[in-house]
Design a protein around this ligand. Structure first.
Ligand code: 3HC
Length: 311
C-alpha cells in the first residue's frame, strides 16, 4: 500500500505519540499550534511588565533578587516558545508585529494593574499557580517541541508559585495593614485568574478540535475546577478569604462549587478594553522599536561571520 501521510498522522495521534516538525500534518493542525504557541509566548513576554514595575521598588534585596530572577524566567519562557513556534515555519519577527498590531492575543490576566507589592505575591500564587494547572498537561501535548518546552517551563513555574506564596505568608505574619494589602490583592486577582483558563467549554471554539488532536488534554472548565480545588486549602492556610460567597465544597461532586466569572469582562479585556491593554502594547511596541539597532547589529555580525567562514 502506498504511504498515506494523513493516515500516519491520525495513527500517531491515536497512539498518543508525538508529531515532530518534519512529519506531515494537516494545515489546520499547524495553524492552531502556531496560534496557541505564539499567544502563549506573547503572554510570557507581556507578563514581564506587571511584575517588572516592582523590581525597583521591592522591599528588600532578597525580594528584588527573587523578582528579578522570575521576570528573567518569563523572558526565557517566551523565547523558548517562539522557538517552538518557529519549528512550525512561523517567523518570530512577524509574530511580534502581529502582537503589536493586535492581530494576535496574549493572556487577559496581564491587563490588570499591580497596585501594591502584595500583588507580586498574589500573581505568583494565583497566576503562576493557574499556569501550572494549564501547563503540566501541555507537557503531554501531541506536538513534540511544544511538549518538551513545557517540561522546562513547568519546573521554573513551581519556583514562581512558591516564591509568591512564601511572600504572602511573610506578609500575613506582619501588621494588620500588610494583611489588608494581601486580602485586597486576593480580591482583585481571583476572578481574572479564573478567566485565564479561557471561556466556558460551551463557548470555546478551539477546544473540540484541540482535544481531538490531543493538543489540549483537559477542557477549560476542567482545569479551572482543578485550580479552584487546589487553591481553596492554600487560602485557608494563608488566612485569606476568596471573594466568592458561593464557593463551597460539594461532597457529591468531590469538587468545590463556585460562581461563574463575568464572561463579559473576559470578552472586553480580550478585545482590548481592559485596564492596562493600551499601556502593555505601547511598552511592547517601544521596546521593539528601541531594540531594532540590536537586531541589526546581531544580523550584521552573523553576516560577517558567515563571510569569514566562506573565505
Ligand atoms: N486571554 C486571552 N485570550 C484568551 C483567553 C485569555 N484568558 N482565553 C481564551 N482566549 C482566546 C483564545 O486564544 C481564543 O482566541 P483565538 O482563537 O483568536 O486564539 C478564544 O479566546 C477562544 O478560546 P478557546 O478556549 O477556544 O481557545 P483555546 O482552545 O486556545 O484555549 C487557552 C485557550 C486555554 C488559553 C489555550 O490557548 C492554552 O492553553 N494556551 C497555552 C497556555 C497559555 O497561553 N496561557 C496563558 C497564560 S500565560 C502563562 O500561563 C505563563 C505564566 O508565566 C503566567
Amino acid at each position: 500500500r502506498p504511504y498515506d501521510p494523513e493516515a500516519a498522522f491520525e495513527n500517531t495521534i491515536a497512539r498518543d505519540q508525538r508529531i515532530e516538525p518534519r512529519d506531515w500534518m494537516p494545515d489546520a493542525y499547524r495553524a492552531t499550534l502556531v496560534r496557541q504557541i505564539a499567544q502563549h509566548a506573547h503572554s510570557e513576554i507581556i507578563g514581564m511588565q506587571p511584575e517588572g514595575e516592582w523590581i525597583t521598588r521591592a522591599p528588600s534585596l532578597r525580594r528584588k533578587a527573587i523578582l528579578f530572577a522570575k521576570v528573567q524566567d518569563e523572558a526565557g519562557h517566551g523565547l523558548y516558545l517562539y522557538s517552538a513556534a518557529e519549528t512550525l515555519g512561523a517567523d518570530r519577527t512577524e509574530l511580534t508585529e502581529r502582537l503589536i498590531d493586535g492581530g494576535q492575543k496574549y493572556s487577559s490576566i496581564f491587563n490588570y494593574p499591580t497596585r501594591t507589592f502584595a500583588d507580586v505575591g498574589v500573581i505568583g500564587w494565583f497566576v503562576d499557580g493557574a499556569a501550572i494547572c494549564n501547563q503540566v498537561p501541555l507537557c503531554r501535548t501531541s506536538y513534540g517541541p511544544y511538549g518538551r518546552a513545557m517540561v522546562r517551563v513547568c519546573k521554573e513555574e513551581s519556583f514562581h508559585q512558591r516564591q509568591g506564596y512564601e511572600l504572602l505568608l511573610t506578609m500575613m505574619r506582619g501588621t494588620d495593614e500588610q494583611r489588608a494589602m494581601v486580602q485586597d490583592a486576593v480580591d482583585r486577582w481571583w476572578w481574572p485568574s479564573l478567566m485565564m483558563f479561557g471561556p466556558p467549554d460551551d463557548d470555546s471554539p478551539n477546544s473540540a478540535r484541540s482535544m481531538a488532536w490531543r493538543i489540549k488534554r483537559h477542557s477549560n472548565d476542567q482545569l479551572r475546577q482543578r485550580f479552584v480545588d487546589m487553591t481553596v486549602p492554600q487560602a485557608e492556610k494563608l488566612g485569606v478569604t476568596l471573594p466568592d460567597p458561593d464557593l463551597r465544597w460539594n461532597d457529591g461532586r468531590g469538587h468545590h462549587d463556585f460562581s461563574a466569572p463575568d464572561w463579559e469582562e473576559l470578552k472586553r479585556v480580550v478585545s482590548g478594553d481592559g485596564p492596562c491593554n493600551a499601556e502593555r502594547i505601547a511598552r511592547r511596541r517601544a521596546a521593539h522599536e528601541e531594540g531594532a539597532w540590536v537586531r541589526r547589529a546581531a544580523a550584521a555580525h552573523a553576516d560577517k561571520r558567515k563571510a569569514r567562514l566562506r573565505e
